[in-house]
Design a protein around this ligand. Structure first.
Ligand code: 0X9
Ligand code: ZN
Length: 309
């Protein structure tokens, strides 16, 4: 992959620089938190955005559980930048940041991401050294709700596989970093970004059964529908709303845990492109801007639902 294909996307290092600069430019309303360290000891960084530190309304945006999904770093990063840069000029953003906090973790898997920049552009997992000599656990199979209950190609117990679930729930430091943050902050909404396929997914992933609580299900479907409309209204792109298991069943993903353990409305967004033929995981950097333009009003509509407009 050529140099110009990689420009425009962050590395773990440039992301840290930009997150710290963003916080320094907005010291009253932004802080960088190190929420944990990766297998290879890279910091996993969160931006906390909001005027009060004692607020009970909080939302969490996650990015890049999967190393090769570079656009899934940029969208949460651009959301943080947008909120900070519009904190005084947009009355909606201003009122949200008065009553609540938005937490953004753009890169959950920095080791894997670095590996995609330097060695293998299509690496997916983290960089855990497995007992059998293979490398990597799938961070989006390592969460503790119904962990390990499926043994299929999309949720594998074989260490060398792309979707290896790990030796136990939360075996991976990257996933423990998210667990500790979520356990401490008690969020009212969670959105985790992936690519690709242009989908908006709601739990469950581990079963095709719908979630029992019809009110929660309705809320998540309503939010997902609002997001879909918001996205479509910008560049006309089609994103499809479905239950996660409708894509394929998996156990131990992020939103099954945040919903299953805490009853938090939780969504997974699969960003551009739509198809493998359009590049799949290799999204040209000139697509970052339009992908952000359509996902900005979608993310803001989720925040508006949770924080009130
Ligand atoms: O497989 C995943 O972790 C996600 N797709 S990706 O292509 N980005 O790897 C989808 C997770 C959604 N959950 C389920 N399908 N159960
Ligand atoms: Zn993914």
């Amino acid at each position: 992959f050529g140099a110009q294909l990689t420009t425009g996307y962050h590395s773990a290092e440039s992301l840290e620089t930009d997150m710290r600069q963003l916080a320094e430019r907005h010291p009253e309303i932004a802080e960088v938190h190190e929420i944990g360290r990766s297998v290879e000891n890279r910091p996993i960084l969160a931006l906390r955005i909001g005027e009060r530190s004692d607020s009970t309304l909080k939302m969490l945006f996650l990015g890049c559980h999967h190393a090769r999904e570079w656009i899934a770093v940029e969208i949460p990063y651009l959301l943080a930048e947008h909120l900070l840069e519009n904190a005084s000029s947009s009355s909606a953003v201003q009122s949200w940041l008065r009553k609540g906090e938005v937490w953004v973790v753009p890169m959950v898997n920095p080791d894997g991401h670095e590996h995609t920049r330097t060695s293998n552009r299509l690496w997916r997992k983290n960089r855990a050294r497995n007992r059998d000599g293979t490398v990597g656990v799938d961070p989006n199979r390592n969460y503790g709700y119904m962990w390990g209950t499926l043994d299929i190609d999309t949720s594998s117990h074989v260490p060398g596989d792309e979707t290896y679930v790990g030796t136990r729930a939360f075996s991976e430091p990257e996933v423990r970093a998210v667990r500790n943050l979520v356990g401490r902050e008690l969020f009212s909404g969670v959105l985790t970004y992936h690519s690709y396929s242009q989908l908006i997914l709601f739990p469950w992933g581990y079963t095709t059964d719908p979630i029992n609580d019809t009110a929660s299900r309705q809320l998540m479907e309503d939010v997902a529908g609002d997001m879909q409309n918001a996205i479509n209204g910008v560049h006309g792109e089609k994103y499809t709303v479905t239950q996660s298991s409708g894509l394929y069943p998996t156990a131990g993903d992020t939103t099954d845990w945040t919903y299953g353990e805490f009853y938090v409305p939780s969504l997974t967004v699969e960003l551009r492109p739509q198809t493998h033929a359009e590049g799949g995981f290799i999204l040209p950097p000139d697509q970052i801007r339009p992908t952000w333009e359509e996902n900005e009003p979608a993310a803001l509509s989720f925040i508006g639902r949770v924080f009130g407009n």
